[in-house]
Design a protein around this ligand. Sequence first.
Ligand SMILES: [Zn+2]
Length: 435
Amino acid sequence: MNRETAEQELIAHIDGLEILDSHEHLPDEADRPAAADVLAEWLTHYFSCDLISAGLSDQGLVQARDSRGDLLARWDLVEPYWEAARSTGYGRSLDLAARGLYGIDGVRRQTVGALNEAFVAARQQGGHYEYVLKTKSRIALSVVDSNLGCDRRYFASAFRLDNFIQPTHRREIRDQGRGVGVQVHSLEDWEEALRRQLGRALDEGAVVVKHGLAYTRSLHYEKPTRAAAESDFHEFFRAARAPEWRGPMQAGEALQCHMWHALLRLADQQGLTVQVHTGLQEGNGNVIADANPVHLTNCFLEYENVTFDLFHMGYPYVLELANLAKNFRNVNIDMCWGHIISPTAARLALTEWLDTVPANKIIGFGGDYCFVDGVYGHQELARRNIAATLAAKVADGSFDLARAREVAGWLLVDNPRRILRLGERLPAPAPTAAR
Ligand SMILES: [Zn+2]
């Protein structure tokens, strides 16, 4: 079968799938920031960073986001950078959203006024999440980062305990402990507070643990002695007389490592999946080397029963991630954010992963947006990328069409359901003849 025919077949198949979404930052619909217009909301993150790297000043971005200003004047401010960045994954996702959700031909000077009217009207009308996530994006469920009270029609929550690894002030330690009925005087108390906090989150419906500290430290966590961790922890109490306004403290390395291991031990005992940010960090001016997934190797070796879900294709460490997922039963690849970081990298990486990594270990989509319209653009790119990648496999004879269809279902439905333990939140999968 030639590539074009296979791709058409696979697009039709994939467009018919109701998919799972491994990672979002969406607020509930009722909690969307007030008074936003389309530029303010769509420049919350991602494409705004492309505008900055294209040359927009920090002050220019602040003005562009300010919905009190005149829309066209703000457009004029960003236009040269927008045109420069239009064809990045971030830019294409927004153009897809304009077209698919509002019937407007991309975001440009001639269209931005009409686009904004449609955007504001949709907000006022309500039911926009139902329209975007269910009707248009055909997403059965999204795992949302740290929103335990999330709207269960659309979301299940991941839960972060990062502040137990990097506390910043003694009063924060005190308040975290009090929140779960522990007066914290010792490292042992701090571990008990962690255990209770995790238990409470699970009771409130959290499905996975999320680690997001690759923005502020390396992913390499040594295995320090308890004495070293205690010494670091006690530093917070040596500063006990410090007034409330005292600035944040940097937690010692031994304490940070100890608490990450304590968290993994709990995940091991409770059979939890741990999502880890690896690769590209959002924003401008980050340290990418800190986020190399290879840093986690000692943890993969030690916590062989903990399921790790490594985010963002590890971009640009996509081959390191292939190596890790090939070596370790407990390491999985997650393409969340990936199809918009670089649509080409997503296709190339998936092409290679399907040659190196068993296909039950790859989660094909996670929107990773703070605003809902972006999720639509991202899932469109994800479906097309997966169809094109699998079609190439059919054309070169390494897959037949039945295998390609089956793998598409694994990437977008079965793998996230199993790896993220979402089965209880969803109706049972329909049996298919292929399995
Ligand atoms: Zn994220």
